[in-house]
Design a protein. Structure first.
Length: 106
């Protein structure tokens, strides 16, 4: 959990469930890519039943990701994110400062 140091050992079950759900999501997406529809009882074309399962799995993934604080905005709100991601605009501003006043550190 080096990439997410705020996740503790007590979160192991939740992290495992999230990983398994992501694996299931990928498998369902692969199956649906091959066969997105099925034939209904009266010969009509209808969505594959796995579509509903995929929606359920994705809802769980979203909830478990929120519980594990995987959304950077949540971490900022809770004070867990101490480092702000540098944007391209930040980088351009630093280059401009260095160009305008080379003696001034960025």
């Amino acid at each position: 959990m080096r990439a997410a140091p705020w996740i503790r050992e007590t979160d192991c079950l939740l992290a495992t469930l999230l990983a398994q759900a992501l694996d299931e999501r990928e498998a369902l997406r692969d199956l649906l890519a091959e066969s997105p529809t099925v034939e209904g009882s009266k010969g009509q074309v209808r969505a594959h039943p796995y579509v509903m399962r995929l929606r359920d799995v994705e809802a769980h993934v979203g909830e478990w990701a929120r519980l594990l604080l995987l959304d950077p905005r949540q971490r900022v709100e809770l004070g867990l994110a101490t480092e702000k991601a540098r944007t391209l605009l930040d980088e351009l501003r630093e280059r401009r400062r260095a160009f305008v006043d080379p003696a001034r550190p960025p």
